[in-house]
Design a protein around this ligand. Sequence first.
Ligand SMILES: [Ca+2]
Ligand SMILES: [Ca+2]
Length: 234
Amino acid sequence: MKKLLVVGLLLVWAAPASADVYVDAVGDLHDGTGGGADFSGFTHLDIAGMEVTNDLTNINFKFDIVGDILATDWGKYMIIMDSIPGGDPVGNGWGRPISMDSGADYWVGSWVDSGDGAETYHWDGGAWVLDNATWSPPSDISVSDKTQFTVTLTTTLSSLGLSVGDSFAFDAFSSGGGGGDGAVDSLNNASPQILDWGDQSSAAEPYSMYTVIPEPASLALLALGGLAMLRRRR
Ligand SMILES: [Ca+2]
Ligand SMILES: [Ca+2]
């Protein structure tokens, strides 16, 4: 029994944090061919992928970006979510020309300039409501990590109406600082999402999906419990 316990504890300790990884094309910003804007030099707006993780309290969205977001720091990074029936099929929390045809319920917007910051919104059936903002503490959401090529947003599950076992559909975008700037890149779309700054676009389908998991440590402890029971049966 003691040996099994030790093995079980080592498994808990060695278990890597699991992450759901989403991959986007690199170099998929419109280059101006045939008109519109040439975004191709804005590699800090080129999303390479995203990793999503959660524990029992928080959910983390880590954007992987092709270009250096420290050297060029005006990028805006956003997430649109459909987690419950209904929602807004035409807009989002920031009033950007970005939508989700299935009906958006939550919106996360962030910026890596001006000292970094982020906000969460929910659709209340008639309007978008700001729930959390880093500029108005206490805030559930934060820019929890930023490196040359990543920005990680952490917020509470409850701020997005989520509990363990819930699934939601989402897309993630990059954009510029203008209030009318659209989705220059979409995580879900391997082709250029828009041709010019102000173009309207919808979250690309098929949507990315994420299911809120029980804490990995809890799973490991459950496995440990199973081992102990097997041992007892013998
Ligand atoms: Ca991309
Ligand atoms: Ca894309």
